[in-house]
Ligand binder design. Structure first.
Ligand code: SF4
Length: 121
């Protein structure tokens, strides 16, 4: 649990992504074109502010590959999202071409709060 300021910033990021996937589709598409790396399934982004209600007790996603929200499917959209992961103690497997990753120095994927929520098919 972070400070109120940190939690507020993380929450604002959720709202920003929700807005972007519905109203800034061109921006999202361009950002995804510049995104590099891949998801190492740390699950940090699934625990922003509150744990996602779609997670099972084993921290697996009930809707992965079915009807996962678009904001989840495209995460991270930009460097701010990666910074939010770092603020929560994780290191996202993605980065954006030409943008410095400001992840927490020394942080490791193991520092994230649980396994990736992907539910085996
Ligand atoms: S924070 Fe990044 S690496 Fe971790 S689960 Fe989310 S998208 Fe994957």
């Amino acid at each position: 649990m972070g400070t109120i300021r940190q939690e507020t910033r993380i929450f604002i990021g959720k709202v920003r992504r929700l807005f972007a996937v519905h109203f800034r589709k061109g921006y999202v598409a361009r950002q995804l074109d510049n995104r590099r790396g891949d998801c190492h399934q740390c699950g940090t982004c699934c625990h922003f502010t509150i744990g996602c209600p779609m997670l099972t007790r084993d921290h697996l996603c009930r809707v992965y590959g079915k009807c996962r929200p678009k904001a989840c499917r495209v995460f991270p959209i930009d460097q701010r999202d990666i910074n939010d992961v770092a603020q929560c103690g994780g290191v996202c497997g993605y980065d954006f071409a030409g943008q410095a990753n400001t992840g927490r120095p020394g942080a490791s994927p193991g520092a994230a709060p649980g396994p990736h929520p992907r539910k085996p098919s």
